[in-house]
Ligand binder design. Structure first.
Ligand SMILES: [Zn+2]
Length: 685
């Protein structure tokens, strides 16, 4: 996941996440000086953070007011440069405070971070609808400038126009008010999800049968003999995958499907209503049409067709997989006539073990967190010719690590790895772009925030899927670092179209299936390297579950597009939830399913959750070159870095992909792969 939030307008639509210290803009407005390397989260009290926030807010506002009052000849120097300063400063302080809000160990600091983030977001929205600024930028003659500057200016004006800045004053004011409201409602929606943790209690260790030993050890009974299992990921996934106890899985899943319900139902309704109002105010038919106007896919109709095509391509294998799961279920309960949602993960694991001889617990033994980290760093070093050296800087928690990315003896980027769970922290796995690189001015900074095992004195045994997630997030990180080479903040870093942004990460996941890569780091506690035969079996089993998984993803994509393309006055959240499940999923709808209340992407991605599948199609297509020319082919990796990663947002993503492939991308490779489906006999030896 690429952590990013919506706000109307150019500044925040290009905004990622971050963190920093000190009055940011003092530093940021110095030209021609590399920004000093700073530690993150150095605010010692919530008051200090708030004071720094106010100071930055004033400073940015002052520069903005001065710029809009400019009455000389608009030029790159007189208009685009000061605009860039504002963009850099807003990005940094917003990213900093959002990052604090999601990761700081102290709850009051998190609250102060989010409060400041809100304040800065409001300012950014105000700037993004400034008519004088739009007029000034539109008056700059860029015809003699380089292609990236021309593209940057053109995108900037287009984004301005998407805020209605060229419309009359009344509309602009309405947009401003709505944007503020949307941002606040979205924060509430997100906070309600992150604050809701539900618990299921079992009364004996026997009820945890099937779960890994370390899981059972980490869940000792309390003094009454009860064991609490929460809906948090580190509990949820092991239980859904391994617990023999059908009741435990059913109860836990029911809790998970009701997270943030009912509290978030009216919040989501209001979020959808306000967004619809904003989109229609600007002359769009609905929010989906508005939100897709700056994406690769362009129009909701095209996204809908893509979702339907992918669902259709995946359906055959989904049905095959379901039949296999049901057959296995009948061995447990001969009277079973269907597979229930809470049984899928468990049966899936049984079938994988039996049909494909894959024992996920056996696989985990080869993925100790520390080794995996070394392996991921080495892989990216080998492919792209960079090194990672420990960076001695302050961090916000003892488990956080920091590295410098070095190329030819020069530091080209800085990274933070906040990889293990703790209370109050962001609960998913995400890449936070802390800062975009600008040559001669500032280095790119990226942070990964995940909840992987380890960091607590245990061996930190990871699922293979977690290793895949690690590589995925690392894909975002190297993208942001390698793309941090552009003069203009808005087009530097991984700032290309949002429905492309997952593709490089999804492509990097391929390496976690490659024996030559795995053998470099997958070693168990006895020092034995993962056997090649095991990796072969894993590859045979790789696509088992993809049919069901893809139909599920298309269901969520259709839900996200559906909620935002209907008229909200007649939209029934529950009804559409059920309708989408029945239309796209191969499972029946269960009555206590309120997944929309905790589906955080309905805030962040809003209408464009299809993007995961869309960029998967691009990733499949791009990977075809590595498949043909070698996964460790440094020339291909270099081409890829230059053509795709380093281009950042300096050109349309389809042009970057075309430059790498030597032809336009198509979705054919992905559709074919989905249609191939599963072969259940592949593991027979
Ligand atoms: Zn991602």
């Amino acid at each position: 996941m690429q952590v990013k939030r919506f706000a109307t307008g150019f500044l925040l639509s290009a905004l990622l996440v971050s963190c920093s210290s000190l009055p940011l803009s003092d530093r940021l407005f110095e030209q021609n000086e590399p920004t000093p390397i700073v530690g993150l989260l150095q605010f010692e009290t919530p008051e200090a953070l708030k004071a720094a926030c106010s100071k930055d807010h004033e400073r940015i506002e002052k520069t903005f007011v001065e710029l809009t009052a400019f009455d000389g000849t608009p030029s790159v120097q007189s208009v685009l440069m000061p605009y860039n300063d504002i963009s850099v400063a807003l990005y940094e302080i917003d990213a900093a405070t959002f990052f604090v809000g999601n990761t700081h160990p102290d709850a009051e600091m998190r609250a102060a971070g989010l409060e400041c983030d809100q304040k800065i977001s409001d300012l950014a929205t105000r700037i993004s609808i400034s008519r004088p600024l739009y007029d000034l930028i539109g008056a700059v003659d860029v015809s003699q400038e380089d292609a990236a500057t021309q593209y940057f200016t053109q995108q900037l004006l287009r984004d301005f126009e998407l805020t209605g800045v060229n419309r009359d004053k009344e509309i602009r004011e309405k947009v401003r008010v709505l944007s503020d409201e949307i941002s606040k409602i979205g924060n509430t929606f997100r906070r309600n999800i992150s604050e809701d943790v539900r618990t299921v209690t079992v009364s004996s260790v026997e009820e945890l049968a099937g779960l890994p030993e370390d899981f059972i050890e980490n869940h000792p009974p309390d003094k009454n003999g009860n064991i609490a299992i929460t809906t948090e990921y580190p509990d949820y996934f092991p239980v859904m995958t391994y617990a023999h106890n059908d009741d435990l899985r059913r109860n836990l899943r029911r809790e998970a499907l009701q997270l943030a319900y009912p509290i978030n139902k009216p919040v989501l309704s209001e979020l959808i209503e306000k967004r619809h109002e904003l989109a229609t105010t600007l002359g769009f038919k609905n929010w989906a049409e508005f939100a897709l106007a700056d994406k690769m896919v362009g129009k909701p109709e095209r996204a809908q067709k893509f979702i339907d095509d992918i669902n259709e391509a995946a359906r055959g294998s989904a049905q095959d997989e379901l039949a296999l799961l049901l057959a296995r279920m009948k061995e447990i309960d001969p009277k079973a006539t269907k597979v229930q949602g809470w049984q899928v993960g468990y049966l899936n694991e049984l079938v994988r073990q039996e049909q494909y001889s894959i024992d996920a617990q056996e696989v985990r033994k080869y993925f100790q967190y520390d080794h995996v980290l070394d392996g991921v760093l080495k892989l990216t070093s080998d492919l792209f010719g960079v090194e990672f050296q420990p960076w001695d800087t302050e961090v916000w928690h003892e488990s956080v690590e920091a590295y410098q990315v070095i190329e030819k003896g020069k530091v080209i980027g800085l990274i933070y790895l906040d990889m293990h769970p703790r209370e109050g922290k962001y609960k998913h796995a995400g890449h936070f772009s802390v800062r975009r690189g600008i040559p001669g001015r500032q280095l790119p900074i990226s942070a990964l925030v995940t909840n992987f095992p380890g960091g607590d004195g245990t061996a930190g045994l990871m699922e293979h899927g977690q290793v895949e997630t690690f590589l995925h997030e690392f894909g975002h990180l190297i993208h942001n670092v390698f793309a941090g080479v552009h003069q203009w903040n808005d087009i530097s870093g991984n700032s290309m179209e949002r429905d492309f942004v997952e593709a490089p990460s999804q492509m990097l996941e391929e390496w976690v299936w490659d024996y030559d890569t795995l053998k470099t780091f997958a070693v168990n506690s006895a020092g034995e390297t993962i056997p090649e035969s095991l990796v072969e079996k894993m590859n045979n089993a790789r696509y088992f579950g993809q049919g069901i998984g893809t139909t599920g993803q298309t269901m969520l994509a259709a839900m996200s597009l559906g909620y935002y393309s209907r008229d909200p006055s007649v939209l029934d959240l529950d009804q559409l939830n059920e309708e989408m499940q029945n239309r796209y999923s191969v499972f029946e709808f269960d009555s206590d399913n309120y997944r929309y209340a905790s589906f955080g992407h309905l805030n962040g991605y809003s209408a464009y959750y299809y993007t995961y599948q869309w960029s998967l199609a691009i990733a499949s297509d791009m990977f075809s070159r590595f498949e043909d020319e070698g996964m460790r082919n440094k020339r291909v990796a270099r081409d890829y870095r230059r053509a795709v990663l380093a281009s950042g947002g300096s050109k349309p993503a389809d042009k970057a992909v075309e430059a790498f492939l030597g032809r336009p991308f198509t979705v054919d490779a992905y559709m074919q792969q989905l249609r191939r489906g599963v072969s259940v006999n592949t593991a027979e030896e």
